[in-house]
Design a protein around this ligand. Structure first.
Ligand SMILES: [Zn+2]
Length: 374
């Protein structure tokens, strides 16, 4: 499964000569149960065959080889249950790396001096890694869920509580029995809480979802240490034995609602700050400038945004529009730069929070804005 570490690794790659072919593929099946990525691949391939590609410093033969490696990977490595993939390869170089995941990405091919990371960041930033806890008074199941998929599951049964051996038939009062069951529950919930702490340490979920009867969930919460209580994003009723597919279907709308709520909150904060003229910026140029000054705390950006800009050939500053010369040093600029890719790359490299929202919601700010650190 892909993770933030993959993104960091790709970002950290040095530009060591050959151009990088970055391919994002939508491998989801349509209503006829068919994948349509072939159409896109054939179109792109045909473009390179027709074009005088040498002119663009993209040797035709090497582009052809890249497409062949992609075909080979799809044939040999792609798992049918996945819906999206990113494939990187150097034109005429050795590097080849492919990642597949259970959510779709828009088809896109980029050939540039560095690998394109925007769509990969969009996938990774749009989903949280959830720790889903299901419990009753005897057992707990802890599921690691990411990109709508079950990655791993742990199940723990409480150690049977030692009962009195000298109980005669009918000699065990109802009150003592209940007290014993209560003590047993406490014991189990303590054990379960330890298991969740352990899970949190090793799996590092972004949040926790706790499912069980309302009574058990409410009681169990109290056994969790404060930092884990703070991580609870949702609690709900569910029986402990449900199959994983049911659990995933059950939490999906809540997870989705939570994502949307987060996006709305950040966006509202951004709008408030813009109005107060306090530590915020909007628009592609304002955001690019803030990023290049290292000021961005949280980037808010529309999904699948597309915008061309320019880069100074001397100082490397990126501009949101095509300009002839750099206003800082007068040097010539290079056009055709993917300004959105630059924005995402800068934000990720600086460790800024990145929040993707629907394009329509940020139309009035040209698709992008940022909360600033200073
Ligand atoms: Zn410059």
């Amino acid at each position: 499964m892909i993770s933030k570490q993959d993104l960091e690794r790709i970002l950290a790659r040095e530009n060591n000569g050959p151009s990088v072919f970055s391919l994002f593929l939508d491998l989801s099946v349509n209503s006829d149960n068919k994948r349509t990525h072939r159409v896109f691949l054939n179109q792109r391939r045909a473009q390179f065959d027709e074009l005088d590609s040498e002119r663009w410093n993209q040797p035709r033969e090497e582009v052809g080889q890249a497409f062949q490696r992609v075909d080979q990977w799809l044939e040999d490595e792609f798992s049918e249950e996945n819906k999206g993939a990113v494939i990187y390869t150097e034109l005429g170089g050795d590097w080849f790396e492919a990642m597949q995941f259970p959510v779709a990405v828009a088809n896109r091919l980029v050939i540039a001096d560095r690998p394109a990371v925007g769509p990969l960041a969009q996938v990774l930033e749009s989903y949280h890694h959830h720790g889903v806890v299901l419990l009753d008074r005897e057992r707990v199941r802890i599921l690691s869920v990411y990109l709508g998929t079950l990655l791993d599951e742990i199940e723990v049964h409480g150690e049977p509580y030692p009962g009195p051996h000298d109980v005669q038939a009918g000699g065990y009062s109802q009150r003592r029995y209940q007290r014993r069951k209560l003590e047993e529950m406490r014991q189990f919930f303590k054990e379960f809480s330890k298991e969740i702490e352990e899970f949190d340490r090793s799996y590092r979920p972004d949040d926790l979802i706790i499912l069980g009867t309302d009574e058990n969930v409410a009681k169990f919460r109290e056994f969790l240490p404060e930092p884990l209580q703070a991580k609870i994003a949702y609690t709900g009723a569910m029986s402990v034995g449900e199959p994983a597919s049911e659990i995933l279907a059950r939490i999906e709308p809540h997870v989705q609602a939570e994502r949307e709520r987060e996006g709305r909150e950040v966006l509202q904060l951004l709008r408030d700050r813009v109005q107060q003229d306090y530590l915020a910026t909007t628009g592609l140029q304002g955001t690019l400038t803030a990023l290049q000054e290292g000021k961005v705390d949280t980037l808010v950006i529309g999904r699948d945004l597309d915008h061309e800009g320019a880069r100074c050939t001397r100082c490397g500053f990126v501009f949101a529009r095509t300009i002839e010369e750099c206003p800082y040093d007068g040097a010539a600029t290079e056009g055709g730069i993917d300004a959105v890719e630059e924005v995402i790359r800068l934000a990720e490299a600086q460790g800024s929070q990145v929040e993707f929202v629907e394009q329509a919601e940020v139309e009035d700010m040209d698709g992008v804005g940022a909360l600033l650190r200073f």
